[in-house]
Design a binder for this molecule. Structure first.
Ligand code: XMP
Length: 510
């Protein structure tokens, strides 16, 4: 399949460039800036993009690409710092502008024959630094300018090298995807072959070849990633796949029933259901430290897994729902041979099981996984469901886990979710739940004084869970949630709303 390669010079937007190229239906991979030309030549990309980055091209030790890349005859697009790299390499010079441009700037297009094709005479673009090419490198001409920069975009048509000072990958640049599409499809000649239907077909074929007659074990949680892995593998190898769902007893209300129904009735996938609630809770008894809880849960997961593997095996492969950002995250710092993160649930599996790892989603971003899932018949309701932590309610019940606290967290969370759905807020927020700890407060139920539990409601908005803000829910919605919790959940007397953002707080209380 035709592809574009993005070399990452450290910009926070490098991933976005990759995603935008894929949005233009061209497959794209992100590699470290110093990937040797030999490696790139073997990948045979149609074009190469240099990302932005925080460095100055004149600084000592500034990151530079392998010089042989310029002799490969491949089109190159430099963005921001990548643009400076090009200018610098071909004998031009870059200078800090007297009046620096940050943020939105009006770009006037001087030549819209290739890179700016179909973009008219001007667009608003997003600048994030104040350098500009002062002396154009030889063979380059100006393609666009702004009020402060006479060379905001330059190109050398003969060599097909282009440099732009602004960021086409961010939404603030109008029709930036069109520019990236022009580079990928028009200038580099990459065929638009990347879409999720073709991904499914290719992956199914690859999995069949790789697995042969072997058997694959997949852990499923009912979440989007593991469900998609299961659906994809089921399509590829059917009965050679065994999915296992371990119920640790700390799930959302009725979740275990829903997962079993989803797999058996809706997706038609055979599921091994393990009711391990008693074993998990016995090991967690009296434990209040959050990290200890996580460790115990991870360890018990591994134990349950080994039992399943022995009973239903032998298996040669273990399926994991690793996504592209995880592959990149672990690969960039360690060079091009990507090291893969171990799944938190099954990371502790003993080596003697000798399971090889299969990761059918390792080239996908989350939004692409959602599309694949939809195409494979995963119901919409699951696609829209909030993320749920692997250790489940163990991190939402503060302090030791007791049957009462677990029940209160389950019932109150269900109320929070239901009310947000009814009010049209559920799809707009990142996560929403109720947590419970050991704080108690007096309430009056009928004529009786009850010393019950304080329930904490938490609703947050976030893009990637790295930062989050509490959602400004309408008072009447909060009132409804609070009333329902104190009326319907036995032992809950007070309701509080968590108004701490992340940072300094985290999304989960433990
Ligand atoms: P925090 O609480 O760190 O959570 O702000 C960030 C995101 O990660 C989820 N989370 C976990 N997920 N195992 C998981 O699989 C865990 O131990 C865990 N702890 C937090 C949390 O739900 C949020 O989306």
């Amino acid at each position: 399949m035709d592809k574009i390669v993005v070399l990452d010079f450290g910009s926070q937007y490098s991933h976005l460039i990759c995603r935008r190229i894929r949005e233009a239906n061209v497959y794209c991979e992100l590699l470290p800036y110093d990937t040797p030309a030999k490696v790139i030549r073997e990948m045979n990309p149609k074009g190469i993009i240099f990302s932005g980055g925080p460095a100055s091209v004149y600084a000592k030790g500034a990151p530079k690409p392998d010089k042989k890349l310029f002799e490969m005859g491949k089109p190159i697009l430099g963005i921001c710092y990548g643009h400076q790299v090009l200018v610098n390499n071909f004998g031009g010079s870059v200078r800090r502008q007297a009046s620096r441009e940050y943020g939105r700037a009006g770009l006037k297009i001087d030549d819209n024959s290739d890179l700016f094709k179909d973009l008219g005479t001007g667009i608003n673009c997003w600048m994030s630094h104040g350098d500009a090419a002062e002396k154009l490198p030889e063979g380059f001409q100006v393609l666009a300018h702004t009020d402060n920069s006479s060379s905001a975009a330059i190109g050398n048509r003969e060599k097909k090298f282009y440099g732009i000072q602004f960021h086409p990958e961010v939404v603030h640049t109008e029709r930036g995807v069109q520019l990236l599409k022009n580079f990928a499809q028009e200038i580099s000649g990459a065929k638009p072959e990347w879409d999720m239907q073709s991904f499914i077909e290719t992956t199914v074929k690859e999995v069949r070849e790789k697995v042969g007659k072997d058997h694959v074990l997949a852990a499923v949680s009912g979440g989007i990633d593991s469900t998609t892995v299961a659906a994809l593998l089921n399509k590829a190898i059917g009965k050679q796949l065994s999915c296992v769902f371990i119920n640790h007893g700390l799930l959302r209300q009725d979740e275990e029933k829903e997962v079993v129904k989803l797999f058996k009735d809706h997706l038609g996938i055979n599921l091994i259901y393990v009711d391990a609630e008693k074993r998990f809770l016995a090991r967690l008894k009296g434990v209040s430290d959050p990290e200890k809880k996580r460790k115990i849960i991870g360890d018990q997961f591994a134990k349950e897994f080994v039992t399943v593997a022995k009973k239903h095996g032998p298996f040669q492969w273990l399926a994991q729902g690793t996504l592209y950002p995880d592959v990149i995250e672990s690969g960039v710092s360690k060079g091009p041979a990507a090291v893969i993160k171990t799944h938190h649930n099954v990371g502790g599996l003993p080596k003697w099981l000798k399971l090889k790892i299969i990761e059918p989603l390792r080239y996908l971003y989350k939004d692409e996984v959602r599309k694949v899932a939809g195409l494979l018949g995963v119901p919409d309701e699951l696609l829209k469901r909030h993320p749920f932590p692997g250790p489940g309610l163990a991190v939402r019940v503060i302090g030791v886990l007791t049957p009462d606290k677990i029940r209160i967290a389950k019932q109150a969370s269900k109320i929070v979710e239901d009310e947000l759905k009814a009010a049209g807020f559920y799809d707009k927020v990142w996560q929403a739940y109720a947590a419970v700890g050991d704080d108690r407060a007096v309430g009056v139920l009928g004529d009786e004084r009850v010393y019950g539990h304080v329930v904490m409601v938490r609703v947050v908005e976030s893009i990637d869970a790295m930062t989050a803000d509490w959602t400004r829910l309408p008072y009447d919605l909060l009132e409804k949630i609070s009333n329902r919790i104190t009326n319907e959940v036995d032992g809950a007397t007070w309701v509080t709303y968590a108004v701490s953002s992340k940072p300094p707080a985290t999304i989960e209380p433990q």
